[in-house]
Structure formats: C-alpha cells, structure tokens
Design a binder for this molecule. Sequence first.
Ligand code: GLP
Length: 241
Amino acid sequence: MQIHRYANAQQAGQAAAILIGAQLLRKPDSVLGLATGSSPVPTYQQLIRMFRGGVLNFSAAIAFNLDEYCHLPEDHPCSYHHFMREKFFRYVNFAAGHTHIPNGNAEDLTAECARYDQKIIKAGGIDLQLLGIGRNGHIGFNEPSDQFVYGCHVVKLTQSTIQANRRFFDREEDVPREAVSLGVGSIMNAKSVLLIATGSDKAEAVRKAILEDIDPCTQASILRTHPNVIFLLDEAAASQL
Ligand code: GLP
C-alpha cells in the first residue's frame, strides 16, 4: 500500500491522471475501471488535456464503470451514463462499444449483474481501477455491511449515501434508492487500484480504511490487502492519519 499526500484535490487528481496515462502508454489496450463522483473530475480533466496534447490515445483501451443508479433514465442529468459522457468520454477517443456502464434499467437486474461481470472477465480483467470513497467508506456502491460482496450486485443505498448524493438532485425523494455496483471481489481482482480521496468530509472514512480493522462496515478497508493499491489524498482527507 502506498499513500501519497497532496496540498489540494487538483494535485491528487493530476497524480492519478499521470498513473493512468503511464498505464495506457505501457499497455494501450488497457482495461480501465472508472469511477464517478466529484473526486475523479480533476483526473478526467487532466486526461482530456493529455489527450488533446497528443500525449495519450484511448482508441485501444476499454473502460468499465463501477456503478449506476437503478431506474434512472440513462439521459437523466444525474445518471452515471450522463456523467461519464459529459465529464470524460465525449472528449477523448475510446472506440465505439469500448465503454461500459451497468444498465440500471435492465428488466432483469440480476442477469445484468452477471452479464457485466462476465464482460469484464472476457475483456481480460481490469488492469487499473480508479476509485473514490464514500463518506461512509463505500467503494463503488458497496455500502457498509456485515460482509464483502464478491460480484456485481444490486445495492440498497444507505441514508448517508442518499444524503451525500442529494446535492445533485432537485429533491431528496428524487435520489434513487438502489444501484447496480461492481462487487468488492471484482474491484480487488484489478491488477492495480488508485483511490482518490479529497476534502475533510472524507477524513474519517480514510482513517478507518487505512488505520482501523479490515471490516465490511468500512468497505474500503479491504483495499489494504491489495498487492498494488495507491491512496492519493489531499491534506484535508489525510488529516486524521
Ligand atoms: C458515489 C459513487 C462512488 C463515489 C462516491 C463519492 O456514491 N458511487 O463511486 O466514490 O459517490 O463521491 P464524491 O467523489 O462525489 O465524494
């Protein structure tokens, strides 16, 4: 486990972009695990700059996103499909059909989860997984629980996550109550993991994940057992270490 501390979120995001860029240069057909939320936004901005500058090329890469809300139309401004298109995909050159996000509107969500896991296996597994962290220590939408769930699954969002994500929606009752998320097993199967945490509201989750027991109550704590994980933190998120 490596922990890098930065003065601000911008720097932490740029460090993540450098590591993702290096991964792509070493292996242009890398399978990238991507995340939503405000934490990876500076990283996507930097990757877009590197693409525009001719440094990076995504044409052979494959992307799998971590999660998506259930029962929210893909073109809804709060859907993760919309987020990824607007924050990243439309500005770089992934080939058609190379970007994947779970379908939270599938009629049979259990079948959709199995299909998504199979797709990742078929692509050769994730080379580099980018993660944010929830205020309650969740990764993807793997919420605090008494267990770690291995595969892609449907999750009931906790009140704390609904509150945290409320800021993107007009009303609290508009925040979806369920999501499809990659499981912790699939995340742990990634060859390398980068977790970005920025801001003081992540400090407690970061402390629990890095310093306290490995416990499904803080799902990110399992990352410490990953052989190749890097935590990229700003000073505020690292303030309880
Ligand atoms: C959501 C996402 C997570 C993300 C978390 C933190 O719940 N499902 O993948 O890590 O939010 O988001 P933010 O970076 O906006 O704090």
